[in-house]
Design a protein around this ligand. Structure first.
Ligand SMILES: Nc1ncnc2c1ncn2[C@@H]1O[C@H](COP(=O)(O)OP(=O)(O)OP(=O)(O)O)[C@@H](O)[C@H]1O
Ligand SMILES: [Mg+2]
Length: 421
């Protein structure tokens, strides 16, 4: 079972649930109510991420009982696509007595990064529209948006106050039957810097496996912005004084869990010298690895806290007989190994592409059927091979592949290693 993100689960569906930016909200409602095809065709909602711009557009459409035609502008690469999709929707009106529509065009910043056509088409759609258009953007002060600024009703959304954020978090806690200290919610709110999406995500992360949230549980948020170098995070694991200290290590680095796993895994042997401790640490890492694999397979992120606990606190408490000693931290060798493999694959791929284009075969056929002959020629008749290589336009590196590509060795398995005792 995978957990629904709370930002979706608790996305406000009505004005009562929506917090903050009341002036902007009133402005928008007034504008929709008084919308007149001869006036400004579109409202442009702008402001920082996660403050409810998209959400309020959805709520307002529902309030007026309008159908919402939603489009994400970042998907639009070309003018043609914009006018095809949006144009049709905008022109259709109250034919056949169907209800009015609101056209929502989200993430306008993403439109027409390189291609001005997208923007021109957007303006055209607005001009033709017989329905209110709501545009949403983060940054509207880029020069290329100057016309958009002129023709739209501008409505600014501001960062939310901590008070507003706490109010929404409390509602979520109540629905989730989660007990949370006011101060803990305040820490989350303050750390989010007015971004409700990030606050709600933090609340969900912190609450995994907990029924109650205290200030202590959220204390790591306070240092998150000060991202630690990986070595400092490893110190927290290997020289942990408390279980919570070890657990906080992962939160403090900007790294995905699997990469963090590799770092811990690589460094366990140098940090622990007692065999009992080593065995215990690897046992815990094996469990972490199993959880990581399951998360990947089932996309079950709820399990992440278990994986993290085994690879941080689990390793930290494995130290019973080993004395803490200084040893330099090492870069994970599996990562090095995998990137070497990747480079090898890329090389083979570019070689195959060259053979394929000369022989009018597919790349896989080039590898399967032509490459073995080229390799044989390289051994039997090196000078001929050199000529062929020149003719194919091979780089020196690609040419070296013909000299004998070794089969890629099997990727070493971490779990197997950990289980061998
Ligand atoms: N004012 C708010 N009141 C309650 N919840 C909110 C509010 N603003 C945002 N949220 C929560 O945060 C999530 C993200 O909000 P939304 O998508 O509306 O942000 P946005 O301003 O459109 O951000 P972006 O600029 O990144 O698109 C919502 O699903 C909702 O759960
Ligand atoms: Mg949005």
């Amino acid at each position: 079972m995978s957990e629904v993100p709370w930002v979706e689960k608790y996305r406000p569906r009505s004005l009562e649930e929506y917090v903050g930016n009341s002036e902007a909200v009133e402005h928008l409602i007034r504008w929709v109510k008084n919308w007149d095809p001869k006036g400004k065709k579109a409202a442009l909602l702008y402001g920082p991420p996660g403050v409810g711009k998209t959400t309020i557009a959805l709520i307002v459409a529902r309030m007026f009982n309008y159908d919402l035609v939603e489009m994400n502008a970042s998907d639009w690469r070309t003018a043609e696509k914009v006018s095809r999709v949006a144009g049709r929707a905008a022109e259709q009106g109250t034919l056949y007595g169907q209800s009015r529509r609101i056209i929502l065009i989200d993430e306008v910043d993403g439109i027409a990064g390189e291609d001005v056509g997208g923007l021109t088409a957007l303006l055209d759609v607005m001009r033709k529209s017989r329905n209110p258009v709501i545009l949403v953007a983060n940054d509207i002060w880029q020069p290329r948006f100057s016309i958009l600024r002129e023709v739209c009703e501008l409505i600014e959304f501001k960062r939310l106050t901590s008070r507003d954020i706490v109010k929404h978090l409390k509602r979520i806690c109540a629905m989730e039957e989660l007990e949370a200290d006011d101060d803990a919610l305040k820490v989350i709110a303050e750390k989010s810097e007015g971004d409700m999406r990030s606050a709600v995500n933090d609340l969900q992360t912190v609450s995994y496996g907990r029924k109650r949230i205290t200030v202590e549980d959220v204390s790591w948020l306070a240092v998150r912005n000060r991202i630690l170098p990986i070595f400092d995070a490893l110190k927290l694991v290997f020289y942990a004084k408390t279980v919570n200290g070890a657990k906080s290590a992962f939160e403090m680095v900007d790294m995905d869990p699997e990469m963090f796993f590799e770092w811990v895994y690589e460094n366990v042997p140098a940090q622990f010298n007692a065999p009992e401790d080593l065995a215990e640490a690897f046992e815990n890492l094996a469990l972490a690895d199993l959880f990581l694999a399951r998360i990947k397979r089932e996309q079950n992120w709820k399990l992440l806290s278990y994986a993290l606990e085994y690879m941080t606190a689990g390793v930290a408490v494995s130290r019973r007989y080993s004395k803490p000693k200084w040893a330099p931290f090492k870069f994970p060798s599996r990562i090095k190994f995998l990137s070497a493999l990747k480079a090898r694959r890329e090389l083979l791929n570019s070689l195959a592409a060259k053979i394929a284009s000369k022989t009018h075969a597919s790349k896989s056929k080039a590898v399967r059927e032509y490459l073995p002959y080229l390799k044989a020629i390289a051994i039997l008749n090196p000078s001929l091979c050199e000529k062929i290589g020149k003719n194919l336009g091979l780089t020196e590196e690609e040419f070296s592949v013909l000299g004998g590509l070794k089969e890629a060795p099997e990727k070493p398995s971490r779990v197997k290693y950990a289980r061998r005792r």
